[in-house]
Design a protein around this ligand. Structure first.
Ligand code: ARG
Length: 462
């Protein structure tokens, strides 16, 4: 094992301690971000005359070779990192020494692993968020596309899971578009703070070498420089923000999953999922289960677990770096991988799904979700809404007792409850009329939903 320290120690590290303290299993994935950080650092050391140019060049060529070696090994499925290594950073330095000899030791001039690790973690996280945001966009695009075809499709709108008012299926789907839009924005916002450069802070107090942090930041694509070296090496707010965004995203996905579970239940029959994304039962031959939706719903636990794990790990840590913080990557990548998997699978599940319009409108029959509109009719004719509510409540009671649907009432029958009811009152009871009447901005009428989709599609434009 090649340690980055040891001069002051008389004994070797206990093997159990070595195993316990190794972070290779969670930081191996940082390898390319780590090399990028080192390349920028080495280039700057040369430019600033901190290292002679020929040595900086040797480091740069060496790092390039290490990059190619690791890439190659991974492509062939070969192990390149020693399983006993302390972390990926020490392994990359070991490989660099193999390539360029003792000059490899100069790469660590004016740098500590504390600022090095934080830099690589931030870079890798920002990259993975870009990937995740692409998936969120794809999900949003699917919602828009599907909504466009379902603007006029009637769906029972529920509150308290009881029939409330009919809505357009497009409207219901677009509600998720906006949730995912906010998720996308939250990640964008988190990336802004993630890309604040710690490199140049060294162990905790800064360095006596004349660094050019600006040029390193520019080369690596960071958007700002961390202003305080102690904060820089020990701040993990970016992890917490990313995991908070991930928890909210997971919560949204779990709500949509729940809808899928309900809609695909034969009791509802609003949606059929493709056979390729459902599973059967080992005992009940008739079963077709929406396991993917259930798993996405269940994986909310992982998302929240990662956030709570990271929050707890950070709690009460004194300045500056503490080894506890090595755990950040476990939570961070668990959260990010989970979000990426769930976003992908959600879209996969929808790819060949089929909505059943007739089942949805069937479910509306006799559900009294048109009652508000009958009360609105009276209110428009000058009856105080509270009174109108009471009168329509009596009509509902009458219908329930006599097994009638509200929409089956004639003008004459309605007049028995209030003399101002007429033919237009009867027309207002059609579920499509109820939906079409909701023309307030953001409402469910087809024209409003079309406008909403237009605005949504503008956001999707690159
Ligand atoms: N693997 C460690 C981490 O990820 C590296 C930092 C070690 N720094 C130190 N001062 N021991 O946090």
């Amino acid at each position: 094992m090649s340690k980055l320290w040891g001069g002051r120690f008389e004994k070797d590290l206990d093997t159990q301690v070595a195993r316990f303290s190794s972070s290779l299993s969670c930081d191996a994935r940082l390898w390319s971000a780590d090399i990028e950080g080192s390349v920028a650092h080495a280039r700057m050391l040369g430019q600033q005359g901190i290292l002679p140019q020929n040595e900086a060049d040797a480091l740069l060529t060496g790092l390039q070779r290490v990059h190619a070696r690791i890439e190659n090994a991974f492509a062939k499925g070969e192990e390149i990192f020693s399983p006993e290594a302390e972390d990926v950073h020490s392994e990359i330095e070991r490989l660099l020494r193999e390539e360029v000899g003792p000059v490899a030791g100069k790469l660590h001039t004016a740098r500590s692993r504390n600022d090095q690790v934080a830099t690589a973690t931030r870079l890798a996280a920002a990259r993975q968020i870009t990937e995740l945001q692409t998936e969120i966009r794809a999900l949003q695009a699917w919602l828009c596309e599907t909504a466009e075809a379902e603007v006029e499709t009637l769906l029972p709108g529920l509150t308290h899971f009881q029939p409330a008012q009919p809505v357009s299926l497009a409207h219901h789907l677009m509600a998720y578009f906006w949730m995912f839009q906010r998720d996308h924005e939250r990640y964008t916002d988190a990336v802004k703070r993630t890309l604040s450069l710690p490199l140049g802070s060294a162990a905790l107090a800064g360095t006596s070498f004349a660094l050019d942090r600006e040029s390193v930041s520019k080369e690596l694509g960071f958007v700002s420089l961390a202003e305080n070296s102690m904060d820089a090496v020990s701040d993990r707010d970016f992890v917490l923000e990313i995991l908070s965004a991930g928890s909210i995203f997971a919560m949204h996905l779990s709500r949509l999953s729940e809808e899928i579970v309900i809609w695909t239940s034969p009791t509802f029959g609003f949606l059929t999922l493709d056979d390729s994304v459902t599973t059967g039962s080992s005992i009940m031959p008739q079963k077709k289960n929406p396991d993917v939706a259930e798993l996405i719903r269940g994986r909310t636990g992982r998302a929240y677990g990662a956030l709570v794990g990271a929050l707890t790990m950070m709690k009460s840590l004194p300045l500056a770096y503490n080894r506890d913080q090595q755990e950040d990557k476990i939570h961070l990548f668990q959260g990010l991988d989970n979000a990426l998997d769930c976003a992908r699978l959600m879209r996969r599940m929808f790819e060949n799904a089929q909505f059943h319009r007739e089942q949805m409108s069937e479910a509306l029959k006799g559900d009294f979700s048109n009652a508000t509109d009958l009360a609105d009719e009276l209110a428009r004719k000058g009856v105080p809404f509270r009174e109108a509510h009471e009168i329509v409540g009596q009509i509902v009671r009458h219908c329930l007792r006599s097994g009638r649907a509200l929409e089956s009432m004639s003008a004459g029958e309605l007049c028995a409850f209030h003399p101002t009811f007429d033919e237009s009152s009867v027309k207002s009871l059609a579920h499509s009329a109820v939906m079409n009447a909701r023309t307030s901005r953001g409402g469910t009428s087809p024209e409003c939903v079309r406008e909403q989709i237009t605005r949504a599609k503008e956001l999707l434009r690159p």
